[in-house]
Design a protein around this ligand. Sequence first.
Ligand code: ZN
Length: 172
Amino acid sequence: MALRTIVQDGDPILKKVCRPVTKFDDRLAVLLDDMKETLSDAQGLGLAGPQVGMMRRVFVCLDERDMPDPIPADYEEKFIEFVNPEIEYLSPETNEMYEGCLSFPGHNGAVTRSDKVKVKAQDRSGNWFELEAEGMLARCIQHENDHLNGVTIMDRATHFYEDDYPNDGDED
Ligand code: ZN
């Protein structure tokens, strides 16, 4: 496995629509392993293909559903791999939260997302699975799926934390 360079703000690849994965081969397995290692190293929640320069419909999300709190030092992170994901359902109920992106460090944008999501995707062998998620995982899936369509928090955010941060007047 190897760390991949995370594509940063200004790279046109972040605005492109990715192509489906058609070969479920060793190259895909290496890509997914590298993406998980890169995500873990960057201490992020999710990472999409274009963020490592691959114009393919793949992303990985940290599976935080059964994560202990506090997280023990020897905790082994789990990830979910999504290949050719298709969002099947977005709940009409939404919530707004500040969201960051490894490709836009320093920017935290307020983004409204559905509370719940249902997604269909393939695993690294090409087998289809379906997943229903809520909470942070639901937000992560929506964020990463946006990347596959060239959409980022810079398009989605209504405002940014740095704009809202009270930098005039008294600070406590
Ligand atoms: Zn992102």
